[in-house]
Design a protein around this ligand. Sequence first.
Ligand code: ADP
Ligand code: ADP
Length: 219
Amino acid sequence: MISIQNLTKRYGGVTAVDDVTFDVPRGSVTGFLGPNGAGKSTVMRMLTGLTPPTSGRAHVLGRDYRDLPNPGERVGVMLDASAQHPGRTGREALTLAALTTGVDRSRIDTALGLVGLTDDEAARRVRTYSLGMRQRLGLAGALLADPQVLVLDEPANGLDPQGIHWMRSLLRDFADRGGAVLLSSHLLHEVQTVADDIVVIGRGRIVASGSMEELVAGS
Ligand code: ADP
Ligand code: ADP
Protein backbone atom coordinates (compact mmCIF):
# COMPACT_ATOMS: atom_id res chain seq x y z
CA MET A 1 0.00 0.00 0.00
CA ILE A 2 3.07 2.18 0.39
CA SER A 3 5.79 1.78 -2.22
CA ILE A 4 8.98 3.80 -2.03
CA GLN A 5 11.50 3.33 -4.81
CA ASN A 6 14.94 4.85 -5.21
CA LEU A 7 13.69 7.93 -3.42
CA THR A 8 16.20 10.78 -3.12
CA LYS A 9 15.94 14.31 -1.77
CA ARG A 10 18.68 16.92 -1.91
CA TYR A 11 18.62 20.35 -0.33
CA GLY A 12 21.43 22.25 -2.02
CA GLY A 13 24.50 20.20 -1.25
CA VAL A 14 22.80 18.16 1.50
CA THR A 15 21.41 14.75 0.57
CA ALA A 16 18.65 14.30 3.15
CA VAL A 17 17.31 11.06 1.59
CA ASP A 18 19.58 8.89 -0.53
CA ASP A 19 18.18 6.17 -2.81
CA VAL A 20 15.66 4.77 -0.33
CA THR A 21 13.55 1.74 -1.34
CA PHE A 22 11.00 -0.15 0.77
CA ASP A 23 7.34 -1.21 0.78
CA VAL A 24 4.64 -1.34 3.42
CA PRO A 25 2.16 -4.08 2.46
CA ARG A 26 -1.50 -4.29 3.40
CA GLY A 27 -2.06 -5.66 6.88
CA SER A 28 1.27 -4.62 8.31
CA VAL A 29 2.98 -2.10 10.53
CA THR A 30 6.44 -0.97 9.46
CA GLY A 31 8.66 0.82 11.95
CA PHE A 32 10.92 3.48 10.44
CA LEU A 33 13.84 3.77 12.79
CA GLY A 34 16.76 6.18 12.79
CA PRO A 35 18.41 8.97 14.78
CA ASN A 36 17.29 12.59 14.51
CA GLY A 37 18.28 14.05 11.16
CA ALA A 38 18.42 10.64 9.45
CA GLY A 39 15.77 11.56 6.86
CA LYS A 40 12.59 9.97 8.26
CA SER A 41 10.43 13.10 8.18
CA THR A 42 11.67 13.99 4.72
CA VAL A 43 10.58 10.56 3.41
CA MET A 44 7.18 11.01 5.06
CA ARG A 45 6.80 14.53 3.68
CA MET A 46 7.50 13.25 0.17
CA LEU A 47 5.08 10.35 0.71
CA THR A 48 2.29 12.73 1.68
CA GLY A 49 2.89 15.27 -1.08
CA LEU A 50 4.33 18.02 1.12
CA THR A 51 7.64 18.17 -0.69
CA PRO A 52 8.62 16.87 -4.13
CA PRO A 53 11.33 14.20 -4.50
CA THR A 54 14.55 15.11 -6.27
CA SER A 55 14.30 11.67 -7.91
CA GLY A 56 12.63 8.33 -7.40
CA ARG A 57 9.09 7.79 -6.29
CA ALA A 58 6.92 7.55 -3.19
CA HIS A 59 3.56 5.96 -3.93
CA VAL A 60 0.66 5.47 -1.57
CA LEU A 61 -2.26 3.32 -2.76
CA GLY A 62 -0.58 3.06 -6.17
CA ARG A 63 -0.11 6.75 -6.90
CA ASP A 64 1.51 9.99 -5.88
CA TYR A 65 -0.42 11.30 -2.87
CA ARG A 66 -1.38 14.42 -4.83
CA ASP A 67 -2.92 12.31 -7.61
CA LEU A 68 -5.20 10.37 -5.23
CA PRO A 69 -8.88 11.24 -5.24
CA ASN A 70 -9.79 12.45 -1.71
CA PRO A 71 -6.33 11.74 -0.31
CA GLY A 72 -7.35 13.06 3.12
CA GLU A 73 -9.95 10.30 3.40
CA ARG A 74 -7.62 7.50 2.37
CA VAL A 75 -4.41 8.40 4.11
CA GLY A 76 -4.24 9.40 7.78
CA VAL A 77 -1.24 11.60 8.44
CA MET A 78 0.36 12.77 11.67
CA LEU A 79 3.60 14.56 10.96
CA ASP A 80 4.09 17.00 13.80
CA ALA A 81 2.08 16.72 16.99
CA SER A 82 3.22 20.20 18.04
CA ALA A 83 1.50 21.67 14.97
CA GLN A 84 -1.92 21.37 16.61
CA HIS A 85 -4.07 24.36 17.48
CA PRO A 86 -2.96 25.16 21.06
CA GLY A 87 -5.75 27.69 21.67
CA ARG A 88 -8.53 25.33 20.57
CA THR A 89 -10.07 22.50 22.47
CA GLY A 90 -9.30 18.97 21.31
CA ARG A 91 -12.81 18.66 19.93
CA GLU A 92 -12.50 21.95 18.04
CA ALA A 93 -9.18 20.84 16.56
CA LEU A 94 -10.81 17.65 15.29
CA THR A 95 -13.79 19.60 13.96
CA LEU A 96 -11.38 21.74 11.94
CA ALA A 97 -9.70 18.59 10.64
CA ALA A 98 -13.11 17.12 9.73
CA LEU A 99 -14.03 20.28 7.83
CA THR A 100 -10.76 20.30 5.91
CA THR A 101 -11.00 16.68 4.85
CA GLY A 102 -14.77 16.67 4.31
CA VAL A 103 -15.26 13.97 6.91
CA ASP A 104 -18.61 13.56 8.63
CA ARG A 105 -18.53 15.13 12.10
CA SER A 106 -20.06 12.01 13.59
CA ARG A 107 -16.62 10.42 13.17
CA ILE A 108 -15.16 12.74 15.82
CA ASP A 109 -16.64 10.78 18.72
CA THR A 110 -15.51 7.51 17.15
CA ALA A 111 -11.97 8.83 16.77
CA LEU A 112 -11.90 10.20 20.33
CA GLY A 113 -13.06 6.79 21.58
CA LEU A 114 -10.39 4.97 19.57
CA VAL A 115 -7.59 6.99 21.17
CA GLY A 116 -9.14 7.02 24.64
CA LEU A 117 -9.68 10.76 25.08
CA THR A 118 -12.70 11.43 27.31
CA ASP A 119 -15.36 14.09 26.65
CA ASP A 120 -13.88 16.19 29.46
CA GLU A 121 -10.40 15.97 27.99
CA ALA A 122 -11.71 16.82 24.52
CA ALA A 123 -13.31 19.96 26.00
CA ARG A 124 -9.96 21.24 27.31
CA ARG A 125 -7.63 23.49 25.36
CA VAL A 126 -4.82 21.70 23.57
CA ARG A 127 -2.21 23.91 25.28
CA THR A 128 -3.10 22.25 28.59
CA TYR A 129 -2.49 18.75 27.17
CA SER A 130 0.44 16.57 28.14
CA LEU A 131 2.63 15.35 25.29
CA GLY A 132 0.95 11.95 25.50
CA MET A 133 -2.50 13.53 25.17
CA ARG A 134 -1.31 15.54 22.18
CA GLN A 135 -0.13 12.32 20.56
CA ARG A 136 -3.54 10.76 21.19
CA LEU A 137 -5.22 13.80 19.66
CA GLY A 138 -2.86 13.65 16.67
CA LEU A 139 -3.74 9.99 16.22
CA ALA A 140 -7.44 10.81 16.48
CA GLY A 141 -6.93 13.30 13.65
CA ALA A 142 -5.14 10.70 11.55
CA LEU A 143 -7.90 8.13 12.19
CA LEU A 144 -10.77 10.58 11.66
CA ALA A 145 -11.60 9.61 8.08
CA ASP A 146 -11.25 5.86 8.71
CA PRO A 147 -8.31 5.77 6.26
CA GLN A 148 -6.62 2.75 4.63
CA VAL A 149 -3.09 3.95 5.34
CA LEU A 150 -1.50 5.69 8.34
CA VAL A 151 1.70 7.75 8.10
CA LEU A 152 2.80 8.66 11.63
CA ASP A 153 5.96 10.61 12.46
CA GLU A 154 7.17 9.85 16.00
CA PRO A 155 3.69 9.03 17.36
CA ALA A 156 5.10 7.35 20.48
CA ASN A 157 7.14 10.41 21.48
CA GLY A 158 6.07 11.25 25.04
CA LEU A 159 4.03 8.11 25.62
CA ASP A 160 4.79 6.04 28.70
CA PRO A 161 5.11 2.23 28.41
CA GLN A 162 1.37 1.91 28.98
CA GLY A 163 0.74 4.41 26.19
CA ILE A 164 3.02 2.49 23.85
CA HIS A 165 1.14 -0.70 24.72
CA TRP A 166 -2.13 1.07 23.94
CA MET A 167 -0.77 2.36 20.63
CA ARG A 168 0.40 -1.11 19.76
CA SER A 169 -3.09 -2.60 20.04
CA LEU A 170 -4.63 0.33 18.17
CA LEU A 171 -2.22 0.00 15.25
CA ARG A 172 -2.33 -3.82 15.31
CA ASP A 173 -6.10 -3.62 15.02
CA PHE A 174 -5.87 -1.12 12.20
CA ALA A 175 -3.42 -3.35 10.27
CA ASP A 176 -5.43 -6.51 10.95
CA ARG A 177 -8.43 -4.87 9.31
CA GLY A 178 -6.34 -4.52 6.13
CA GLY A 179 -4.62 -1.22 6.70
CA ALA A 180 -0.96 -0.32 6.35
CA VAL A 181 1.01 1.72 8.86
CA LEU A 182 4.36 3.49 8.56
CA LEU A 183 5.54 4.84 11.90
CA SER A 184 8.83 6.52 12.65
CA SER A 185 10.85 6.69 15.82
CA HIS A 186 14.39 7.36 16.96
CA LEU A 187 13.97 4.80 19.78
CA LEU A 188 14.05 1.07 19.10
CA HIS A 189 11.79 0.17 22.02
CA GLU A 190 9.01 2.35 20.63
CA VAL A 191 8.83 0.41 17.37
CA GLN A 192 10.01 -3.08 18.26
CA THR A 193 6.85 -4.08 20.11
CA VAL A 194 4.57 -2.43 17.55
CA ALA A 195 6.08 -3.17 14.14
CA ASP A 196 6.02 -6.33 11.98
CA ASP A 197 8.97 -5.05 10.00
CA ILE A 198 11.60 -2.47 10.72
CA VAL A 199 13.43 -0.25 8.24
CA VAL A 200 16.52 1.42 9.68
CA ILE A 201 17.73 4.67 8.15
CA GLY A 202 20.97 6.52 8.87
CA ARG A 203 22.22 9.66 7.13
CA GLY A 204 19.56 9.29 4.46
CA ARG A 205 20.35 5.68 3.54
CA ILE A 206 18.67 2.41 4.48
CA VAL A 207 21.16 0.52 6.64
CA ALA A 208 19.04 -2.52 7.57
CA SER A 209 15.54 -3.87 7.13
CA GLY A 210 13.52 -6.92 8.03
CA SER A 211 11.62 -8.41 10.93
CA MET A 212 12.94 -7.84 14.45
CA GLU A 213 14.18 -11.48 14.45
CA GLU A 214 16.03 -10.96 11.16
CA LEU A 215 17.64 -7.76 12.41
CA VAL A 216 18.78 -9.40 15.63
CA ALA A 217 20.18 -12.36 13.67
CA GLY A 218 22.05 -9.87 11.49
CA SER A 219 20.76 -11.27 8.21
P1 ADP B 1 14.50 12.96 10.76
O1 ADP B 1 13.05 13.06 10.47
O2 ADP B 1 15.03 11.56 10.64
O3 ADP B 1 14.88 13.60 12.05
P2 ADP B 1 14.73 14.88 8.62
O4 ADP B 1 14.08 14.23 7.47
O5 ADP B 1 13.95 15.90 9.38
O6 ADP B 1 15.28 13.76 9.60
O7 ADP B 1 16.07 15.57 8.15
C1 ADP B 1 17.03 14.92 7.33
C2 ADP B 1 18.11 15.90 6.96
O8 ADP B 1 17.59 16.81 5.99
C3 ADP B 1 18.62 16.74 8.10
O9 ADP B 1 19.99 16.96 7.89
C4 ADP B 1 17.82 18.03 7.95
O10 ADP B 1 18.48 19.12 8.52
C5 ADP B 1 17.72 18.14 6.44
N1 ADP B 1 16.54 18.89 6.00
C6 ADP B 1 15.25 18.54 6.22
N2 ADP B 1 14.42 19.44 5.68
C7 ADP B 1 15.20 20.39 5.10
C8 ADP B 1 14.94 21.60 4.39
N3 ADP B 1 13.69 22.02 4.16
N4 ADP B 1 16.00 22.29 3.94
C9 ADP B 1 17.26 21.88 4.17
N5 ADP B 1 17.57 20.75 4.85
C10 ADP B 1 16.56 20.02 5.30
P1 ADP C 1 11.48 16.78 12.57
O1 ADP C 1 12.31 16.99 13.79
O2 ADP C 1 10.04 16.52 12.83
O3 ADP C 1 12.10 15.84 11.61
P2 ADP C 1 12.61 19.18 11.59
O4 ADP C 1 12.72 20.02 12.81
O5 ADP C 1 13.78 18.46 11.04
O6 ADP C 1 11.39 18.17 11.82
O7 ADP C 1 12.00 20.05 10.42
C1 ADP C 1 10.91 20.90 10.60
C2 ADP C 1 10.77 21.77 9.35
O8 ADP C 1 11.99 22.47 9.08
C3 ADP C 1 10.50 20.97 8.08
O9 ADP C 1 9.67 21.72 7.24
C4 ADP C 1 11.86 20.77 7.46
O10 ADP C 1 11.75 20.58 6.06
C5 ADP C 1 12.54 22.10 7.82
N1 ADP C 1 13.99 21.92 8.00
C6 ADP C 1 14.61 20.97 8.71
N2 ADP C 1 15.94 21.08 8.64
C7 ADP C 1 16.16 22.16 7.86
C8 ADP C 1 17.36 22.82 7.40
N3 ADP C 1 18.58 22.36 7.71
N4 ADP C 1 17.21 23.89 6.64
C9 ADP C 1 15.99 24.33 6.31
N5 ADP C 1 14.85 23.78 6.71
C10 ADP C 1 14.93 22.69 7.47
